[in-house]
Ligand binder design. Structure first.
Ligand SMILES: Nc1ncnc2c1ncn2[C@@H]1O[C@H](COP(=O)(O)OP(=O)(O)OP(=O)(O)O)[C@@H](O)[C@H]1O
Length: 251
């Protein structure tokens, strides 16, 4: 995607006033969040608070009922599904809790898949995929299918697949949720190194404080709205809130 000079001043990704219901169940009630280029943001909150719904709307998987999502200042949520899906392939990398690798494909073919879907030639796609598996320490598992790997290995293959196209933002929904603490630490370390090296932003949904600590900024979702301690005067300690009131910042 080309970025016009005017658009480059906007955050990489911005959600504003998102509302979403799953049938009769409200999941988002005016959720807003911005992610800057290269920034790692953790989204925490209790079960059912709306974290995954927020990630799904911001990644264009779901269309919110109202509100807007902008990528580089351009509306993402109003694009037809075909364009959103193309953007997900080129600009976004997505990792879920259970990897969601294709069970019939080897680790190498799973990792090469986004490149092949984007029109790359098989040999070139497999070379790039192999380099990413190497980077995540699972080159030795290249010929194995997901069912033949440990959870941590499969999740590192899922990370390789998410990063193989050089995305500008990686969405990770509970990427360590199914792993023991050692594997979780290894996966998060690999993920954070990869996004820092490539300059990709990271939007990380997790209920685990240790996983969230890998991000630079943490926001909390409660009852479908986002609470950002770095932005909301009401969420800062009383003394700081009083100082803000003296300067009229929270009027
Ligand atoms: N497909 C669905 N159908 C019906 N209700 C849903 C669906 N997905 C989510 N919900 C409901 O929407 C609300 C928000 O769910 P969401 O998965 O976004 O929360 P979450 O914070 O990610 O939860 P968890 O941490 O348990 O994964 C919850 O009340 C949930 O039950």
């Amino acid at each position: 995607m080309t970025v016009s000079p005017a658009a480059s001043a906007a955050p990489l990704l911005a959600a504003r006033g998102l509302h979403l219901s799953h049938g009769a169940t409200p999941a988002l009630r005016g959720a807003s969040l911005t992610v800057s280029a290269g920034e790692a943001v953790a989204v925490t909150g209790p079960s059912g608070s709306g974290k995954s719904s927020l990630l799904h709307c911001m990644s264009g998987i779901l269309r919110p009922d109202s509100g807007e999502v902008r990528l580089d200042g351009e509306r993402l949520d109003t694009l037809p599904e075909e364009r959103r899906s193309a953007l997900r392939r080129t600009d976004f990398g997505i990792v879920f809790q259970f990897g969601q690798l294709v069970p019939e494909l080897t680790a190498l073919d799973n990792t090469a898949l986004p490149l092949l879907l984007g029109g790359a030639r098989r040999k070139a796609a497999q070379e790039t995929a192999g380099a990413w598996l190497e980077r995540f320490g699972v080159r030795g598992q290249a010929g194995l299918r997901p069912g033949e790997m440990s959870g941590g290995q499969a999740q590192r293959v899922a990370l390789a697949r998410a990063l193989v196209t050089g995305p500008r933002i990686v969405f990770a929904d509970e990427p360590t949720g199914a792993l023991d603490s050692l594997a979780a630490e290894q996966v998060m370390t690999a993920l954070v190194h990869a996004v820092r090296e490539t300059g990709a932003a990271l939007l990380l949904v997790t209920h685990d404080a240790r996983t969230a600590a890998f991000a630079e900024r943490e926001v909390t979702v409660l009852d479908g709205t986002v609470h950002d301690p770095s932005a909301a005067p009401a969420a800062v300690p009383a003394a700081a809130g009083a100082a803000a009131r003296r300067t009229g910042e929270d009027a």
